[in-house]
Design a protein around this ligand. Structure first.
Ligand code: PMT
Length: 401
């Protein structure tokens, strides 16, 4: 998507660098349009390096390309972060004395504004009036938050954190095709205890499931994420938008899935669940010096949680399983996927190849989506957000069929 990031003259401009980076890393085409005052805080080379596009404040640069209106006309979304009281006032009256002003007047795209200023300025009747007028015109606002401001003062006026602005921006860019749908996602890898200090685990980081949860939220769903041993940093972007329940072992996952599933209309089982657990878990640490022979762990099968869901499925539910396979070719991937689909009986199966270097942990994935009859619905190779998007496109299509 084509995003314009307007940056205005406040200290929070330094945080907008991170916001710009989030847009670029997510694969969006980004044009940063700072004001002259913003450049006093963060210089043009920084914006050019991050956005990989030229940066100017002036309507007189690039005249043959009619840049003063072209950026706004081409934009899918305009974000202004930070937005000062001065900029809000200019937006309200439509002052177009620089490139940001003309861009905001020329755009038909949604506009998202993240104000940042001192509390007195935010609470001033002029600012509040301007915000009300802009809201009335359909401008979206996020924040400001209460917290530490530039000086020693604290209060309302702090710019919302970049990750939250980014999430809101992505929501505005996403279709609303899962609005109000209750979606349950499992993610991460279960850990089966051996003794109080050791476990049998797998390499799932939870990334793929987290991206499915994030994409579903962006498309308007009410999401519950059951997180099996996922690093806190991966979940931080979701915490305020998703109900997250943390679990450890397959047995714990099963209990929570059973409790949450009855409410869910779409269930995505992206977690890597251990097929086996240790038959007798030692209550104290297993010590080398306490034994003469090498230990042997006896394993017993865990229940198949996905199969259990399918057996109890209601008419209103769509259940999507995953298959992680080590394969030599795409045809083998398809064949193994179809066999797993038949065994599990779910409505859709997302098949990904895993190996020492693919599938697990990485930011990228390759996902084949099979329909209930084993028909190939889509093949996507890209970031885990892109594969999540393709999977949910298939879910939306199946629900409206
Ligand atoms: O987390 P990442 O690092 O991003 O990696 C993503 C992933 C590769 C882990 C993910 O995309 C994926 O493939 N998850 C499913 C892994 C898995 O357990 O596959 P499986 O083929 O062993 O299981 C098939 C299906 O049955 C899965 O939906 C699984 O959740 C479910 N299952 C498996 C065993 C069991 N006892 N109960 C289950 O419900």
């Amino acid at each position: 998507m084509n995003i314009v990031l307007g940056v205005t003259g406040g200290i929070a401009a330094y945080k907008a660098v991170l916001l710009a980076r989030l847009f670029v890393e997510a694969g969006h085409e980004l044009h940063v349009v700072p004001t002259e005052n913003a450049l006093r805080f963060v210089g043009a080379p920084t914006w050019e390096a991050i956005s990989r596009n030229p940066v100017t404040t002036s309507v007189h640069d690039d005249v043959p390309e009619v840049r003063h209106v072209a950026l706004g006309q081409r934009a899918d979304l305009v974000v202004v972060a930070p937005a000062t009281a001065n900029t809000l006032a200019k937006m309200t009256v439509g002052i177009a004395e620089d490139l940001l002003g003309t861009t905001l007047l020329a755009t038909q795209a949604p506009v998202l504004v993240a104000p940042a200023m001192h509390t007195e300025m935010w609470q001033h009747p002029s600012t509040q009036h301007n915000v009300a007028v802009l809201r009335g015109r359909g401008v979206h606002f996020i924040g400001p938050e209460s917290g530490r401001l530039t000086g020693n003062d604290t209060g309302a006026g702090r710019m919302t954190e970049p990750q939250q602005i980014f999430d809101r921006a992505i929501e505005l860019l996403s279709p609303d095709d899962l609005a109000g749908t209750r979606v349950l996602v499992t993610a991460g890898g279960t850990r089966e205890p051996i003794d109080p200090v050791r476990f049998l685990g797998n390499r799932s980081s939870g990334r793929q499931g987290v991206e499915i949860a994030a994409e579903a939220v962006a498309r308007g769903a009410e999401v519950t994420l059951i997180a099996a041993n996922i690093e806190g940093a991966l979940l931080s972007g979701l915490q305020h938008r998703v109900k997250i329940v943390s679990v450890g072992s397959a047995a714990e996952l099963e209990v929570v899935v059973r409790a949450e599933a009855s409410e869910a209309e779409v269930i995505v089982m992206a977690a890597a669940v251990a097929d086996y657990r240790v038959a007798e878990v030692a209550q104290g640490k297993m010590r080398k010096e306490d034994r003469e022979e090498d230990p042997v762990l006896r394993l017993v099968q865990n229940p198949d949680i996905l199969r259990g869901l399918v057996d109890r499925r209601t008419d209103a539910q769509l259940i999507i399983g995953f298959a992680a396979e080590t394969v030599e070719s795409e045809s083998e991937m398809l064949e193994r996927g179809r066999r797993k689909l038949a065994r599990k009986g779910c409505d859709m199966l997302a098949v990904n190849a895993v190996s020492w270097t693919t599938g697990f942990e990485s930011d990228r994935n390759e996902l084949l989506v099979l329909g209930a009859e084993g028909q190939l619905l889509s093949t996507t190779s890209g970031t885990k957000r892109e594969t999540a998007r393709a999977l949910l496109d298939a879910v939306v299509a199946a629900r409206s069929a």
